[in-house]
Design a protein around this ligand. Structure first.
Ligand SMILES: [Zn+2]
Length: 462
């Protein structure tokens, strides 16, 4: 999947052919199953073949088609095995440097093999710790920390573990699906569209209180449609970079991915959070452009996803994301359906907007709003518009966009996992500066816009 001009390109297929519509989905799904990428079957398959075991070997051995053929195959496999081992080592080295924690998970449970081998006199936990540390350090330096037999043994066990976990989790999450459909349809109301209701005098209160009191502005039909069609897959989190703790939601494939290591106590909560992303209001755009040789490109992009906006002309000065507000509202709703959790910094920042007068119900109305084809002149996302207008009225024109830009500005060079500190510092700044805060945010983000613009023009001149 490439990115071109801000769009993700999903396909380049002959226009009108049968693949025209199905390719995009396949492409999105392929992205979802990379568990084999690192701890892949290919390494294990080669290893099994060379050690004359596994299904593939049995199939060969059962066929008396000739020793010559078999020995040729083994020679070919030996080459492939060496290549796979090199790749595998490279990938582990990469993982050791980028995510040593993941490699630790991978080796920890099995390190006693190495430990028993090296120093039988140590206690088990000491030995494990030492052996794991040794292996990881060696991979960090690019020196393979364990032999092929050892790795193949770990892979075999890991594969079995993941398979067992997947089988156990599947029925459990199916019951969560049923449960959430029942709870969301019971709380659903169509009412967000009625003007008389949203025009009633808004009472400033925290988003959390409002969520407890209110029904949710989404129809039972949408809840059922999205949740019944939702794919739930379980992945080895070591091999897959999940976007959130224990899980994530892939919007274009309508798929929730859950780590096979998700603790029992967290499961319902994790599912509710990710599934709410699926139920949230979405706007997807697809654009065609003619290519050469009767091949056309089709671009797909989701420009609204709950309250997360993804404008195609990223990442210019007018780019709007609001990912943090989307997470805040998702988490407020999760608290309502899965029980109160620890308040996140995103929730705190959203609650600050509410405490300054943005009506809490507007966040949910905009969050659940889907694009609707409306007659000319009518706004296609009236609830979303209303939220922005409410913020404009209180904080000044364009405030949400400026705040979003300010956050992005302060996040430059900050690790994704440390973004929470950036949000926390913004909350403190707002509390300290009070009513002067919006003014400061406007001035700083405009100053930065200018910088961005001139940097872009310089680039173009070159
Ligand atoms: Zn989320």
């Amino acid at each position: 999947m490439k990115s071109e001009g801000g769009f993700e390109i999903y396909e380049k297929v002959p226009a009108g052919g049968p693949e025209w519509t199905t390719r995009r989905e396949n492409e999105a799904l392929r992205e979802l199953e990379p568990a084999e990428k690192i701890f892949g079957h290919s390494f294990l398959r080669e290893w099994q073949f060379l050690n004359k075991e596994g299904e593939e070997w049995e199939a060969f051995a059962a066929n008396p088609a000739g020793q010559r053929y078999l020995s040729q195959r083994i020679a070919a496999r030996e080459k492939a095995y060496k290549r796979t081992l090199e790749e595998f080592t490279r990938e582990l080295t990469d993982l050791a440097n980028r995510h040593p924690d993941k490699l630790e998970i991978f080796f920890e449970a099995y390190a006693e093999r190495a430990a028993a081998f090296e120093r039988p006199e140590q206690t088990e936990s000491e030995a494990k710790k030492e052996a794991t540390g040794k292996i990881i350090n060696s991979y960090k330096k690019g020196v393979p920390g364990a032999g092929p037999d050892f790795l193949a043994g770990i892979l075999k066990q890991r594969e079995l573990e993941i398979k067992t976990a997947k089988e156990a989790l599947k029925p459990e999450f199916e019951t969560y699906r049923e449960k959430l459909i029942a709870e969301l349809t019971a709380a659903s109301k169509e009412g967000a569209r009625s003007d008389s209701e949203t025009r009633r005098e808004p009472r400033p209160d925290s988003g959390r209180q409002a969520a407890e009191r209110k029904q949710i502005p989404v129809s039972a039909e949408i809840v059922k449609e999205r949740l019944l069609n939702l794919r739930i897959v379980f992945v080895d989190e070591i091999a897959v970079d999940l976007k959130e703790a224990w899980g994530d939601y892939a919007k274009l494939a309508n798929t929730v991915r859950i780590s096979t290591r998700v603790p029992r106590a967290e499961r319902w909560r994790v599912f509710v959070h990710e599934a709410l992303h699926a139920v949230s209001g979405q706007v997807e755009v697809a654009a065609e452009s003619a290519g050469s040789n009767n091949h056309n490109f089709v671009f797909h992009d989701q420009i609204k996803f709950g309250l997360h906006f993804d404008k195609a002309d990223r990442p210019g000065p007018s780019y709007l994301s609001l990912w943090w507000l989307n997470e805040a509202v998702t988490q407020n709703l999760t608290d309502r359906f899965a029980g109160q959790g620890k308040e996140s910094v995103e929730q705190k920042l959203a609650a600050l907007l509410v405490s300054k007068g943005v009506p809490a119900e507007l966040f949910e109305a905009a969050y659940f709003e889907n694009y609707e084809a409306k007659p000319r002149g009518e706004h296609r996302l009236p609830q979303t518009k209303r939220l922005f207008e409410a913020a404009d009225k209180i904080f000044g024109q364009g405030f949400l966009m400026q705040l979003d830009h300010y956050l992005r500005m302060k996040s430059r060079g900050v690790d994704k996992k440390d973004r929470k500190y950036v949000i926390a510092s913004i909350i403190l700044e707002w509390q300290d500066r009070g009513d002067q805060f919006p003014q400061m945010v406007r001035a700083l983000s405009e100053f930065d816009f200018e910088g961005l613009r001139s940097r872009r023009q310089d680039k173009r001149r070159k």
